[in-house]
Design a protein around this ligand. Structure first.
Ligand code: UGB
Length: 598
């Protein structure tokens, strides 16, 4: 009681609210006034923040937690009454006429899009010490994920502006959701690299706040074990992105600027942008309010499955069912074997890669109703079968792909399935865990993520007519991967397959042991035969034709062990490093027409 005199009137209101919500334990250990007064005030600063950052404040948070904890204790299935079935969506085959049509439309639309990267996660499964967006996506160039994303958005912007002509030029907005774990380092990465060529005003960082931890089924808030004047907090999940976009006013400002689409993506997928133009084209042509990008998925693989859920009362929705829930749901609804591969070798439920494309108008309308609150879940680890005590504190969580759960049945929710090799190769698992995965399941490691970039570039060039050697199988950090020639290009060289096709002519061939880095807008390959390493870069207004027979010792992959701490972490987690023995390197810095021949 005596402590009340220390508090402002708002703080007294917060204290009353906590007491009414059964949180008196938070104050039980508080000493008399005069002792730790500053700490007591800072406790209320934190309570005010927690209250402001949750739709409906702490009262709603505690109420929601009690309901969800009661459901969890009862073992209530969140999908009770729903039967899953395989939904229909748009299935694309890279490079065919259909794909090209969608890609063309996507480029027309992309100037009306904003991009949102969710990058607040620490990546516990990966165990990397830095932020994940600072990791090199591949090590021939060393381009980090964030740089690759920004260069991709800028290349899309340029392709779209070329179509739009003079007056209607766009700067595509880019928002990044960070958290206390990643905010400072993300900002530093951007600032120390001049925003990788993007205008700083184009980039907006939105920091998500953590939520209060819960100690028991009554949703008593947990006191931080290291500081008795602090409530313990943990991340709330990537679903926060919706309320942040809404409350920051960004969505309305995008709408007022005439934008039509919002594209969400995750922190470590080096392939994603190869799939974006076509999938945006699908959204536009199929008039999808929500379009989830998906890939064929191995049963039990740790990515969510997209399913159609039909309720006994007739309702139905197309939604992601998280990987730990799909198998039990299937078992409970007449599929005794649960989530299993069918004759195609894949689960019939396409895998959610958490790339969402939302139509901005209907999205804002929905958020006006919900404030961006997303259906949450709770995942307490109980001490024993009585389910009365937790092993450690828990909290409510939410996922961005659960956005459609509140939509009316009239909403057009669809999905687009792409070839995995084209669209999805995230870096989520540490080398040790990756090596232990069942054979045939993707590793999702730094090793496989990098190799997937080379494979995709090889397959794209092969489709465009280049003679490409088959890969060889090699082991790195205990993972067997296909090693294709190390081909990379900057997004400004080509953001669509049709652009690649335009830039490759004649009889070109590239051997498996080769490395090729293309860094320039107007570089074309014509009758090139490459066996070794070739690095070509040029300024924008220069044309370069690359041809002839190029042969040198090239760049060689050498094994390193992930436990070898003398090697930088970014390198050793992939299990190899590149020994740059010999290369042909040309840089064209003057405007003009050039021919590169050996
Ligand atoms: N993230 C945040 O920004 N904030 C947070 O609080 C948490 C995460 P994970 P997850 O692609 O294979 C998702 O940890 O959540 C960001 C889908 O739910 O990499 O286990 C974080 O920075 C699942 O359906 O993945 O699983 C990262 O960019 C499946 O599609 C992103 O959110 C799976 O991804 C995802 O976080 C997948």
């Amino acid at each position: 009681q005596g402590n009340l005199s220390l508090l402002s009137s708002e703080q007294i209101e917060l204290a009353k609210m906590l007491l009414e919500m059964g949180q008196s334990h938070l104050f039980q250990h508080w000493p008399e006034p005069g002792v730790d007064d500053d700490e007591k005030k800072s406790f209320f600063d934190q309570v005010a923040r927690l209250n402001a950052n949750y739709p409906g404040g702490l009262v709603s948070y505690i109420k929601n937690a009690r309901e969800l904890l009661a459901d969890s204790k009862e073992g209530k299935n969140p999908f009770d009454g729903f039967t899953p079935s395989v939904p229909t969506g748009e299935v694309l085959t890279f490079g065919d006429d259909n794909f090209m049509k969608f890609e063309e439309t996507g480029i027309q639309e992309v100037g009306d899009a904003a991009f949102v990267l969710v990058a607040g996660g620490l990546g516990e499964r990966l165990g990397y010490n830095g932020i994940k967006v600072a990791l090199p996506s591949e090590t021939t160039n060393g381009t980090c994920f964030l740089q690759h994303y920004i260069e991709s958005i800028l290349a899309l912007q340029e392709a779209s502006n070329r179509l739009r002509g003079g007056e209607n030029q766009r700067e595509i907005p880019f928002a990044i959701m960070t958290s206390d774990d990643t905010h400072k380092r993300t900002l530093e990465l951007l600032e120390s690299n001049d925003y990788f060529g993007m205008k700083p005003t184009q980039v907006k960082l939105l920091k998500q706040e953590k939520v209060a931890c819960l100690d028991d089924n009554d949703a008593r808030l947990a006191v931080d074990p290291h500081n008795k004047y602090k409530i313990q907090t943990k991340p709330h999940g990537h679903g926060d992105v919706h309320s942040l976009l809404y409350s920051s006013g960004l969505l309305n400002s995008w709408f007022d600027a005439g934008l039509k689409w919002v594209l969400f993506f995750q922190d470590t997928n080096g392939l994603l942008f190869k799939a974006i133009p076509a999938s945006l084209g699908v959204s536009s042509i199929r008039k999808f309010h929500v379009n989830s990008l998906a890939v064929p998925r191995k049963a039990k693989e740790a990515i969510g499955g997209i399913a159609k859920l039909t309720h006994a009362d007739g309702r139905s929705m197309v939604i992601n069912v998280e990987y730990n829930q799909l198998d039990p749901l299937l078992r409970a609804t007449g599929h005794p074997d649960g989530d299993v591969n069918d004759e195609t070798g894949y689960s019939p439920f396409p895998g959610n890669i958490n790339q969402l494309i939302l139509e901005l108008g209907p999205y804002i309308e929905e958020l006006k109703k919900t404030g961006g609150a997303i259906k949450e879940f709770v995942n307490p680890k109980y001490k024993d079968a009585s389910k009365t005590a937790f092993k450690s504190s828990t909290r409510l969580e939410c996922m961005m792909q659960d956005y459609p759960k509140t939509l009316p049945p009239t909403a057009r929710v669809g999905f687009t399935v792409m070839d995995t090799w084209l669209a999805y190769a995230p870096v989520k698992n540490n080398p040790e865990d990756a090596a232990k995965l069942p054979k045939g399941n993707p590793y999702h490691s730094a090793t496989s993520g990098e190799m997937a970039i080379y494979r995709a570039n090889n397959l794209i060039l092969r489709k465009a007519g280049v003679q490409i050697d088959d890969p060889v199988n090699q082991q790195f950090n205990g993972q067997e991967v296909e090693v294709w020639s190390r081909i990379t290009w900057k997004p400004k060289w080509a953001v669509t397959y049709s652009e690649v096709k335009r830039k490759v002519t004649g009889n070109c061939s590239i051997s498996q042991r080769s490395t090729m880095l293309i860094n320039g807008r107007n570089i074309s390959l014509e009758d090139l035969s490459l066996d070794g390493a070739l690095l070509v870069s040029s300024v924008d207004d220069t044309e370069v034709k690359v041809g002839g027979s190029i042969h040198n010792k090239g760049w060689v992959l050498e094994n390193v062990d992930y436990k070898d701490s003398s090697v930088p972490e970014e390198i050793r987690i992939r299990g190899f490093r590149i020994n740059k023995v010999e290369q042909l390197e040309k840089n064209y810095s003057e405007p003009g027409k050039n021919k590169l021949e050996p």
